[in-house]
Design a protein. Structure first.
Length: 136
């Protein structure tokens, strides 16, 4: 019986969709549920961090500048907060993307080549969407 894949999914994704290697066992429903819960918790933490960064930036913008040193300090704070916010948003987007892939049954499948990503890599970096070979 042929498996149906979500729209836009490559047809070369193997039937062993939720396994990580031929020699490894299939991800259990409990494991996938635990992974999803961890990723969801991470996404919530990142959203809260973004709220904090936005508050920090608003506070810096409200600070009064009395001289050039105050102005320079304010600029450094804004630059730091901007980088922090950009990084947090990128990690949040990646986390949400992996949750979407998990929900679509594609967790542990490389986006580039369609091969399985080893379980050890997925356990070490649950947000992985590419195998090591495709990262090189």
């Amino acid at each position: 019986m042929a498996r149906e894949y979500p729209a836009g999914t490559a047809s070369f994704v193997p039937e062993r969709i939720m396994t990580t290697l031929d020699t490894e066992e299939k991800w259990s429903d409990e494991e996938l549920s635990s992974i999803r819960e961890g990723l969801s918790d991470m996404a919530a933490t990142l959203r809260a961090e973004l709220v904090g960064v936005d508050a920090d930036m608003t506070a810096v913008l409200g600070d009064q500048c009395n001289d050039d040193i105050d102005w320079a300090d304010k600029q450094v704070g804004l630059i730091t907060d901007t980088f922090r916010a950009d990084n947090t948003r990128a990690v949040l987007e990646q986390t949400e993307h992996v949750i979407d892939r998990l929900d679509a049954g594609l967790y542990g499948i490389c986006e580039q080549c369609g091969r399985t990503i080893p379980r050890a890599r997925m356990q070490a970096f649950p947000r992985a969407t590419c195998c090591i070979g495709c990262l090189s």
